[in-house]
Design a protein around this ligand. Structure first.
Ligand SMILES: C[S@@+](CC[C@H](N)C(=O)[O-])C[C@H]1O[C@@H](n2cnc3c(N)ncnc32)[C@H](O)[C@@H]1O
Length: 271
């Protein structure tokens, strides 16, 4: 599109208010974003030029986790909550590369994700897309589209990638994660990635402020607090780790960068 032409948004989408999904899409080099999203993303990148690398490192961790869960552990059912906009490779592609029976339900609260997700990610009997809110797990796990595709008496892997850091402390992120347990059969897993405050990167404070003013909430948290969100689950090796160090024996992505310390990953099993 020429720069002087206005961008058109799908019906029901407000292009003037930035959203997490669209800012993140821009970081990943996607095209499903608008000027308001790029403005926030550019402000972050002025301060932290390598910010997109953090997003890419996060995707690498998702790939490792899903490949491990679907391949080595034989998990065939996935619920990707806060899936974000479709990107070059998505959870069902990672899973089905190693487990042809794998099925995936994508869930996101942002209507633009639903619009693009339905168009690109839905495949009969393989993957479906529902609009849902992390704060209402009973609606997600009771959605007829989900129960049609998945058998909740069998293990499920829930992917919570880069979403729990949008939950403020007042909304009890540990309680939000724990609230998912009751819908999961024994042998199910929860994989979480989260923005990490290592306490030694001065830019984190500024990045927090920019994200806060533009998008309304992204919380960098210390490792111990993030780990506490897995209470009630058995944490699998190697425990909580920076995204590039997590599952070091898994397929290794192309990215190794110091900024990957700003995102951590952890995987737990419900026994
Ligand atoms: C930073 S993106 C992460 C995308 C993808 N999971 C990844 O890690 O590559 C966060 C996503 O969480 C979604 N999200 C935020 N709050 C949510 C909520 N309460 N319920 C469902 N989705 C939510 C946003 O719309 C956005 O698409």
């Amino acid at each position: 599109m020429a720069d002087d032409l206005p961008e058109s948004a799908p019906p029901g989408i407000d292009p003037t208010t930035p959203t997490f999904a669209r800012v993140y899409d821009y970081f990943l080099g996607g095209k499903d974003n608008f000027a308001a999203d790029r403005e926030v993303a550019d402000m972050v990148m002025q301060l932290v030029p390598e910010a997109p690398v953090v997003a890419q490192g996060n995707r690498v961790a998702i790939e490792r986790a899903v490949t491990y869960l679907a391949g080595e552990l034989g998990i065939a059912q996935f619920v990707d909550i806060g899936s974000g906009l479709p990107t070059s490779s998505n959870v069902h592609q990672f899973a089905r590369a190693v487990n042809p029976d794998a099925k995936v339900v994508y869930v996101d609260s942002d209507p633009i994700v639903l619009a693009h997700g339905r168009a690109l990610l839905t495949e009969t009997g393989v993957a479906t897309f529902i609009q849902g809110d992390l704060y209402e797990p009973e609606k997600i796990f009771g959605d007829p589209a989900l129960t049609k595709l998945l058998d909740l008496d069998e293990p499920v892997a829930v992917i919570l990638a880069a979403i729990i850091h949008h939950v403020p402390d007042e909304r009890d992120p540990a309680g939000v994660v724990r609230g998912l347990h009751e819908f999961l059969a024994p042998g199910s897993h929860i994989m979480l990635t989260h923005l990490h405050d290592s306490g030694d990167d001065p830019r984190v404070e500024e990045a927090k402020k920019i994200l806060q003013s533009g998008l309304g909430g992204s919380y960098f948290r210390p490792a111990a607090q993030i780990e506490s969100f897995m209470d009630g689950l058995t944490i699998l090796e190697p425990g909580l780790a920076h995204v590039t160090e997590w599952r070091p024996n898994g397929p290794v992505g192309p990215l190794e960068h110091p900024l990957h310390t700003q995102m951590v990953a952890v995987l737990g099993r419900k026994d």
